[in-house]
Design a protein around this ligand. Structure first.
Ligand code: AMP
Length: 506
């Protein structure tokens, strides 16, 4: 029976149980056959704890192969996997538990005591622990005694496979309900676009509490039967040590920026690689250029979000254009709409990016109103990102709608100014934000990081910008900082910058 269930798809496409799947950092490895056996034990363990179809399993544990197998166990048993960034505080965790009411929580051993207190408050059935060494934790102890036979639960494409909370920089964090059909369709589309095969070895250094590391990276590897080198976190030396035995790496832009600073990164080192992919935040065109000069590889930039999975990608064969995110993936419709009227805009004009397709999530958990607000009547999802389509049909992202600045009644798109500043010799990176201004509504400010030992003044930057930008886009002030605050996925946290400089002009 064709179920559009991601787990069945993976099994169907991976009959070769002998093949290597995961290579752990300590040299151990696990084969596909073992993956099915362990996930069966995990599924049985959860059933024995009293979990039933549709229940949430909240995982607040560090990255490990076993953590990933909990995800697979949930998929095959019809439970909802709910990953939480282990760096979140107890207060944050309490919000997620209260909102999602999980039946079981699996946490790192060192967090057990505090999580148990919160668990009791919200009547969680069990709090289990999971270490990172493949041996430690009450969950593994119980799994050791569980059966290896498990009859997979048939899920339909509309059943929820996971709930992933958005970062919630502008308000309460929202739980995006991701269905089995979403995972299935996106994994298939990405495998096709990026030409994944059993011969691939994916270098995996992303966290698995976020769609990039969890769905994009692992799902693509799982359905194509490729192998993975599974690193606990991003570490430049570790990546360099493994690059010569990998064929693909997926990363956030910061990975590439940091790797470029290491002299061991050479063309010879990456001789076996076939593809470098970047996403989750904008990749500077300059980094794209430096990377191809140093390694001979053009980074392939793609675009997506928690609610939609991957939406667009630069092409595999045709030109990968720096500063763009390419074309919509197969089966996905994309359009650009006017920010206020919602009317469709012609190519070249900046507006809201809206998408529709089997990749689009089911809605926000327990937030029907918010879900309705974010969809048009014809079911297009309003991403909240602003962009335009150029004459060659490549999609450009100019930033989040909430980051757009309105000064003297005129729209300013930060990316345009950031690109100009980044192009000035001696600048490492920049962020443009709008802060309240008593005359202009919002005032544009530039937060800039310059290279060590470089002397660059505010005046010099402004002179350069005035040559190329209309006066209203030129920042009223340039502030020099050591680094731009970023979250774990490398996204600039503009809300932090806005609140730091909130009182500059009022
Ligand atoms: P998240 O839901 O955490 O994956 O964040 C999704 C958001 O990241 C998108 O809505 C975009 O604003 C941003 N994003 C993802 N990929 C890119 C990219 N290649 N270029 C620019 N922004 C991106």
């Amino acid at each position: 029976m064709k179920t559009n269930n991601f787990f069945s798809l993976m099994k169907e496409r991976n009959c070769n149980h002998k093949k290597l799947f995961l290579k752990k950092n300590n040299g151990d490895f696990i084969k596909y056959g073992q993956l099915y056996d362990i996930s069966a034990k995990f599924a049985n363990t959860l059933v024995n704890l009293g979990v039933v179809r549709g229940d949430r399993i909240l995982v607040y544990a560090e990255k490990s192969v076993e953590n990933l197998i909990v995800y697979l166990a949930c998929l095959r048993a019809g439970f909802i996997y709910l990953p939480i960034n282990p760096a979140y505080t107890q207060t944050e965790l309490e919000y997620f538990i209260e909102d999602s009411l999980p039946k079981v929580i699996i946490c790192s051993p060192n967090k057990e005591d505090t999580v148990k207190v919160i668990g009791e408050k919200f009547k969680v059935l069990a709090v289990e622990t999971l270490g990172t060494d493949g041996k430690t934790g009450s969950f593994l102890e119980k799994a050791g005694k569980s059966s290896m036979d498990f009859a997979d639960v048939i899920c339909t494409k509309d059943d929820i496979a996971a709930i992933v909370y958005t970062s919630g920089t502008t308000g309460r964090s929202k739980g995006a309900m991701i269905t089995h059909g979403n995972l299935y369709s996106n994994a298939m589309a990405l495998c096709e676009t990026w030409k994944f095969s059993q011969d691939d070895v994916l270098l995996h250094a992303l966290p698995i509490f976020h769609v990039h590391g969890l769905f994009v990276a692992t799902n693509v590897a799982l359905v194509s039967g490729s192998s993975m080198i599974f690193l606990p976190a991003f570490d430049v030396d570790e990546i360099i040590n493994h690059l010569s035995s990998a064929t693909v790496m997926m990363g956030v832009p910061t990975f590439y920026t940091l790797l470029l600073q290491n002299t061991r990164l050479t063309r010879e080192l990456v001789g076996y690689m076939r593809l470098f992919i970047s996403g989750s935040a904008p990749l500077l065109a300059e980094i794209h250029r430096q990377w191809s000069e140093r390694t001979g590889h053009q980074i392939l930039e793609r675009y997506g979000m928690t609610e939609t999975g991957m939406i667009a990608s630069n092409p595999y064969v045709e030109e990968r254009v720096p500063g763009t995110v390419g074309f919509p993936l197969v089966g996905i419709s994309l359009r650009i709409a006017d920010q206020s009227s919602g009317n469709l805009l012609p190519d070249g004009e900046i507006g809201l990016i809206e998408v529709k397709g089997p990749n689009v999530f089911k809605g926000y958990w327990h937030m029907p109103e918010k879900t309705r607000e974010d969809f048009r009547e014809d079911n297009f999802f309003i991403t909240g990102d602003l962009g335009f389509i150029d004459e060659r049909e490549y999609l450009h992202i100019v930033g989040r709608q909430k980051d757009m600045i309105i000064t003297c009644g005129l729209n300013v798109y930060p990316k345009e100014i950031e690109e100009k500043i980044n192009g000035i010799a001696g600048v490492v990176e920049s962020a443009i934000v709008g802060v309240p201004h008593k005359e202009f509504g919002e005032g544009v400010i530039g937060v800039v990081v310059v290279k060590k030992n470089v002397n660059l003044s505010e005046k010099e930057i402004l002179i350069e910008l005035k040559k190329e930008l209309a006066q209203y886009k030129v920042p009223l002030k340039i502030i020099f900082v050591d680094m731009i605050p970023r979250n774990t996925m490398g996204k600039a946290q503009k809300s932090i910058l806005r609140s730091s400089y909130n009182n500059l002009f009022i």
